[in-house]
Design a protein around this ligand. Structure first.
Ligand code: 5AD
Ligand code: SF4
Length: 473
């Protein structure tokens, strides 16, 4: 058995890509190892959204220099967004890297690894075309996504799966590298998505998470029929055996009435929306070229809450973007105070070479100011998340059990489990292995900003329940 070490940073798209690469390499006789020293092949699936994510990978590569000298036939590969962005630069900074593969060429990984092993010392670069390097169709084709037939044994859990419905992005927010590294927005045909969902369910999958950079912008015309995202949700809802449908990440402007209506009316749709606002000030949204005003974001948010009072909404925010004044930052604080997001992911602006903001807008907010604003916004969000979670004390929630909790202390058959509610809240409780994959009622007795703590409710089956069951069965 050959040994594979793989490290993944970044978003769910990368997690899915890594899962598929691992599945392909397993077919070639690889098994996973947690140690770079004993691995025959070391792969990094990388992210370029912020400088920090790239720095981490370059230092991990730096640490491999001696290992490669000690074991020259160890194949070292860099995949994903940083591979697409930096290309030859990776070989320059780490000359012992064997392969550099963009997110559109991941299907070639097994072959590239094989070739690298057969001809050591020859470096291989496989990436897609840049956004200006050809006709749109040719560029699109060069960003082919990697969605081979799924292998159920390769998923982290057999009852949950990511399903890619869209690749790339055409929104071109000025700070963002994604449109250049993941290429033009392309929606997968509904027939493929539905077939994949059916296959996953037939293998025991209960929950699917649809992935796209602006997932709710998905639309596709197939055999003369124009499908909207809401139509896809309805199509998936009809897949028998599927219990939960989630999707990330949503784009505020495309949260149209038909989408909200579908989520509200379809019981399998998780009542959770990740709709990044990015900022609370109109001037900053304009500089970011987000394509909406704060009034429009608020209107979308209020509409979602009005239609589904229990919906959980989360957001992303960037602090310290070019020209951000204290007053503008306070407008972000105001938006968070007003919308009371279930959670927010907060990032300090990181200038990305090749983006519009790097070309045209100065990165002029000092790092200590970015850090302070980050902490201030985080403290406010944590306060809100905690108060919001406290509303659940004493209530009963339906939890899809995902597996042992991070610090699961196993005692015999009992262990600490974790799962999620229909509004995507994490719940931790004591249980046993058999409950993994089941949907259980849990009574909540404690809560902090990020977690609800509870106990499984075991109803005593009384005479009424028996008669009810009798009348049904
Ligand atoms: N700097 C900081 N954060 C960024 N994001 C995207 N690009 C940058 C950048 N250059 C954030 C956005 C996005 C999330 C995935 O990462 O908030 O929603
Ligand atoms: Fe980046 Fe904007 Fe596209 Fe999101 S919508 S991936 S932030 S360009």
């Amino acid at each position: 058995m050959k040994k594979l070490y793989i490290e993944t940073v970044g978003c769910q798209m990368n997690l899915l890509d890594s899962e598929l690469v691992v599945a392909a390499l397993r077919k070639e006789g690889y098994e996973l190892t947690g140690s770079t020293a004993e691995a025959d092949t070391v792969l990094f699936n990388t992210c370029s959204v912020r400088q920090h994510a790239e720095d981490k990978i370059y230092s991990a590569l730096g640490r491999l220099k001696d290992a490669k000298r000690a074991m020259p036939d160890k194949v070292i590969g860099v995949m994903g967004c940083m591979a697409q962005k930096d290309q030859q630069l990776i070989f320059k900074r780490a000359p012992y890297v064997d392969i550099v593969v963009g997110p559109g060429q991941l299907h070639q990984v097994p072959q590239l690894v094989r070739e690298a092993r057969e001809k050591p010392g020859e470096q291989r670069l496989e990436v897609s075309l840049g956004r200006k390097e050809g006709a749109t169709d040719v560029i699109k084709r060069s960003h082919e996504s990697f969605d081979p037939l799924r292998d159920p044994t390769m998923r982290p859990t057999p009852f949950q799966a990511f399903v890619r419905i869209q690749i790339g992005c055409d929104k071109f927010c000025t700070y963002c590298i994604v449109p250049s590294v993941r290429g033009p927005e392309q929606s997968r045909p509904p027939s493929q998505i539905l077939a994949e969902a059916r296959q996953l369910v037939s293998e025991g999958c209960k929950e699917i998470t649809l992935l796209g950079q602006t997932v709710n912008s998905w639309r596709h015309t197939e055999e003369g029929v124009a499908w909207r995202f809401s139509d896809l949700l309805r199509g998936l809802h009809d897949v028998e055996g599927l219990e939960r449908i989630k999707f990330v990440t949503s784009y505020p402007k495309d949260m149209t009435d038909d989408v909200l209506e579908a989520i509200r009316d379809l019981p399998k749709c998780v009542k959770y929306l990740h709709v990044p606002a990015q900022h609370g000030s109109d001037e900053q949204l304009l500089r970011m070229k987000r394509g909406y005003t704060i009034a429009e974001y608020r209107e979308m948010h209020d509409r979602a809450k009005r239609w589904m009072p229990d919906v959980a909404i989360t957001s992303d925010f960037i602090v310290g973007f070019s020209g951000e004044t204290e007053e503008q930052f306070q407008q972000t604080m105001d938006l968070v105070r007003e919308c009371r997001f279930k959670n927010s992911f907060i990032f300090k602006y990181s200038e990305r070479p090749g983006t519009k903001s790097a070309d045209r807008l100065p990165d002029d907010v000092p790092d200590e100011v970015k850090r302070r604003r980050n902490n201030e916004l985080l403290a406010l969000q944590n306060e809100i998340s905690e108060a919001d979670n406290h509303r659940f004390l004493g209530s009963r929630v339906e939890v899809l059990v995902e597996g042992p909790s991070k610090k699961a202390a196993e005692e015999g058959d009992r262990l600490q489990l974790t799962g999620r509610t229909m509004c995507d809240r994490i719940v931790v409780f004591d249980g046993n292995r058999r409950q993994i994959g089941q949907t259980l009622p849990v009574a909540v007795y404690d809560a902090n900003a990020h977690t609800l703590f509870g106990a499984v409710v075991t109803d005593h089956v009384g005479p009424e329940v028996f008669s009810l069951a009798g009348s049904v069965g």
